[in-house]
Design a binder for this molecule. Structure first.
Ligand code: SF4
Ligand code: SF4
Length: 410
């Protein structure tokens, strides 16, 4: 039997948090933390691909080396119990469970089934939507049938056509993964399993033609797609985003897709849908944009609880909480400075972002992308010029439609 180990870690130093982070004063003023509604279980900590931009294996946090490859059953059960505890403590009527990795489909099907059933049972009457985010190399009939039996939606990472995919997303021996992933997508999109298809995630490479990339994804008729900015910080800028240079290459790349997508509609593109939603005064449903409180907690294969996975791009300690499902509740994570800072809305942003015309839409961008040594997360995103140009560009294109919708809604 595998025994659970308890992870260690730390929160960020005080210099990284906004001046408004005086939790007793905030509580006295009526502020309350917002519960987690999405739980990411790292059911497997290894991968059969070796993507060169991977934030799990190729960036600052190399903690995966010390963790069990597969989440032990007792960790699964403890995580499920903690999720149930959180659901009851906050009276939640619905939560989301994401089976993640590494590559989650390297985990035994029995382990995946145990995780899904344990969380649904622990959540009692609350609805539990379950998704797996996979690299798509292992989508065979047997696994798909198992996922269908568990009612698990399947999101697949795909960077575009064969040239785009195989430049970064390679098998350990160096061979490209496109052919294998396309075959898996063929099985997933066949009538028997098509209802499981949640969508495609594409990491942007400026060398790829944006419209050709969009069309390569559209060929699989996904219900949803999303384009991810490559990860980076002010200390380690992403490719093509020289903080000292003018230019907005990522905004230009994305706006070419927007111009192809907006008149035709059809597939949902999450990044664009969220910007439109925020421009209309709504709130975002992910941590990419906006100022909604962070609502995601992560459990690693060894049972340690972490902040958002994307902080792995910052440093080995950035995602760590020092908490563990065997002894700590998710409420303990809600009380940590990192979480509180990410639940303060505009008050949690740096001065420049607070003064920005798009503060409530952009929200400083993805938390990890704000990081700079010395000032921590109290910076605009390293993508700031691109985010500004992207939101400006979308706003200019849809302004007449937004004005119409506002009139219609009241
Ligand atoms: S498939 Fe995902 S986890 Fe695996 S190497 Fe690529 S980015 Fe990393
Ligand atoms: S566009 Fe730049 S300044 Fe404005 S909120 Fe985003 S990161 Fe901050």
């Amino acid at each position: 039997m595998t025994t659970m180990t308890t992870g260690v870690g730390r929160g960020g130093p005080d210099a990284e948090w906004p001046a408004s982070l005086d939790v007793p004063a905030l509580r006295a003023a009526g502020w309350r933390p917002s519960p987690f509604r999405e739980f990411v279980l790292k059911v497997h900590a290894r991968c059969d691909l070796a993507c060169d931009y991977c934030y799990v294996f190729a960036m600052a946090d190399q903690g995966w080396r010390d963790r069990p490859a597969q989440m032990p059953r007792e960790v699964v059960d403890a995580a499920a119990a903690r999720i149930g505890e959180h659901v009851r403590a906050h009276g939640l009527d619905a939560v989301r469970l994401v089976l993640h990795g590494g590559e989650p489909l390297l985990a035994d099907t029995a382990l995946l089934a145990r995780a899904v059933r344990a969380v649904r049972a622990a959540a009692g009457g609350a609805a539990v939507e379950v998704a797996v985010q996979t690299n798509g190399t292992r989508l065979d009939e047997e696994r798909l049938a198992a996922l269908a039996g568990l009612d698990v939606r399947v999101g697949v990472s795909l960077d575009g056509d064969a040239a785009a995919q195989d430049r970064h997303r390679r098998l350990a021996g160096g061979r490209g993964s496109h052919a294998r992933v396309a075959a898996g997508l063929g099985r997933l999109t066949a009538p028997r399993f098509r209802h499981l298809f949640a969508g495609l995630l594409c990491t942007i490479d400026l060398r790829n033609d944006p419209v050709a990339t969009y069309e390569a994804l559209l060929a699989f008729a996904p219900p949803r797609m999303d384009f991810l900015l490559p990860h980076g910080t002010w200390d380690a800028p992403p490719p093509g985003r020289d903080p000292a240079a003018a230019g907005t290459p990522y905004a230009g790349w994305l706006l070419r897709i927007f111009d192809a997508w907006y008149p035709a509609g059809g597939v949902e593109i999450r990044l664009f849908a969220e910007i439109l939603q925020l421009l209309l005064g709504g709130r975002a449903s992910s941590e990419l944009l906006g100022v909604a409180p962070i609502g995601v907690a992560v459990v690693e294969t060894d049972g340690s609880i972490e902040h958002s996975d994307l902080l792995k791009a910052v440093s080995a300690t950035a995602p760590a909480t020092g908490l563990h499902v065997a002894r700590d509740s998710f409420d303990a994570v809600l009380a940590m400075p990192m979480t509180v800072a990410r639940q303060l809305g505009v008050d949690g942003l740096c001065d420049r972002c607070r003064a920005c015309r798009w503060a409530r839409v952009c929200g400083g961008g993805l938390y990890a992308h704000r990081y700079r040594s010395g000032t921590g997360y109290l910076n605009p995103s390293v993508y700031c010029p691109d985010l500004l140009a992207l939101i400006d560009g979308i706003h200019a294109r849809v302004a007449p439609d937004l004005a119409f919708l506002r009139r219609e809604s009241g």
